[in-house]
Ligand binder design. Structure first.
Ligand SMILES: Cc1ncc(COP(=O)(O)O)c(C=O)c1O
Length: 412
């Protein structure tokens, strides 16, 4: 964390990518090499990433959404099959289920970490198995095919509990690790492991505001060679393995289309960024943790808010620092609070408006207010504070001071 003093009035944005000279030089070297699309730099990034996560395979793509899509394709998701998804997540987690005309069944989240509630998932699975009524589930449906837990803001979902449920109901776990590069949880053997390392497939995001970035980009990791093979082929038009090599001397111009695939491959310009961002992932995590710790120290005296914390046996990536502005306990409510922060030159964000409250899911499955009370409560109170590696200590202090002034100061 940079401790140098900054003038009071500059804008504190929600995020800022940390790009060093290593990334810039590698991108320039890539441009000068004349090879811009998928190639040696992406291969290197994949090898390094698999090692970093502790998975056997990694397949780079141009987004985490693409990775989630191909993860579901690789496990063989079929029309009308069910995928259990938290409602408290970004659009991507559920939209990929709809790509297959499969059914996303939403589950509520835990109040203390915003992650999918294992009890809710178990109840849903039991209800579905017993032919009970499940909100949003059409009468005609297939079996429960997968569960997609999200490590919300980097706080790990309870994977051991979810894996047990998945085993019982014959479902596959596709971890949405968009926020979790890296996060850690304690596995069923009591060992601290990286989020995604034990998933059937795990999908990471390198979108501009993520813990490491390639501008846009994603990665799927797996320990299953069949999933790896299928995702690799489908990420490049469904043509034979290592199709990117067909324009190189070591490859062959011959290729065969084995399935109608997609154009999801990651170009080497992005791989160039990824190689060096990944080397800094642990450093970035420590820097984020320091900022989170400072927020908590500075804000804990305010009694109308709830601050995030790590559950025992977990380590967060601190991609998000979600605070709650409790209703009726402060001078202003959450929405006005955000406007006042913006007036003061600070840009917070909100994660998320639960998916079941969006027009598409309301219209398609008949969801409405009150269906998932915990997510709705959190959504109406939460505010994500600016957090990024390199954020100056003085800026963290200014955010905390401004919050106190708005929440506890004189009303307007
Ligand atoms: C929880 C979650 N899943 C998936 C995604 C999709 O990531 P991408 O933008 O790389 O497709 C995001 C993006 O913000 C996300 O927050």
């Amino acid at each position: 964390m940079d401790t140098k003093k900054t003038p009071e009035k500059h804008l504190i944005n929600y995020h800022r990518a940390s790009i060093g000279h290593e990334e810039i030089e590698e991108v320039v070297a890539c441009l000068k090499s004349g090879w811009l699309t998928t190639g040696p730099r992406v291969k290197q990034f994949e090898t390094d990433f698999a090692k970093f996560i502790g998975a056997k395979f990694a397949v780079a793509m141009n987004s985490c959404t693409a990775a989630l899509h191909l993860a579901l394709e690789a496990i063989g998701l079929k029309e009308n099959e069910i995928v259990i998804v938290p409602t408290m997540t970004f659009a991507a987690t559920a939209e990929v289920v709809r790509y297959f005309n499969a059914i996303p069944v939403f589950a509520d989240c835990l109040e203390d970490n915003y992650c999918i509630a294992p009890d809710a998932v178990r109840n849903l699975c039991e209800q579905i198995e017993n032919g009970g009524k499940v909100k949003g589930l059409p009468r005609k449906h297939g079996r429960i095919r997968a569960i997609i837990p999200v490590h919300f803001g980097g706080a790990p979902a309870d994977i051991p509990a979810l894996a047990k449920i998945a085993r019982k109901f014959g479902a596959t776990i596709v971890e949405d690790c968009a926020h979790a590069c890296p996060s850690f949880y304690t596995n069923s053997k009591g060992k601290l492991v990286k989020a995604g390392s034990e998933a059937d497939v795990a999908c990471y995001s390198f979108y501009a505001n993520k813990t490491i970035t390639t501008g846009e980009g994603g990665m799927a990791t797996t320990n299953n060679p069949e999933y790896e093979d299928r995702m690799r082929i489908m990420s490049l038009h469904g043509i034979s393995r290592d199709a990117w090599k067909r324009f190189t001397a070591s490859g062959s111009w011959r290729y065969e289309v084995v399935a109608p695939g997609y154009k999801y491959n990651m170009p080497d310009i992005m791989g160039a960024l990824g190689i060096h961002q990944l080397k800094k992932a642990d450093l970035f995590m420590r820097q984020r943790a320091k900022i989170a710790g400072l927020y908590t120290r500075l804000l804990k005296k305010l009694d109308g808010i709830v601050l995030p914390s790590e559950k025992p046996g977990t380590i967060s990536s601190w991609h998000i620092y979600p605070a709650r502005i409790l209703k009726g306990r402060n001078n202003v409510e959450r929405d006005e609070f955000i406007e006042r922060m913006k007036e003061a030159g600070i840009v917070p964000s909100v994660h998320y408006i639960p998916l079941h409250l969006h027009k598409y899911y309301r219209d398609k499955y008949g969801f409405g207010d009150g269906d998932f009370p915990v997510s709705e409560k959190l959504s109406s109170e939460c505010v994500s504070l600016p957090i990024y590696p390199g954020m100056e200590k003085a800026d963290v202090a200014r955010v905390a001071r401004t919050m106190a002034e708005i929440l506890e100061g004189p009303r307007r």
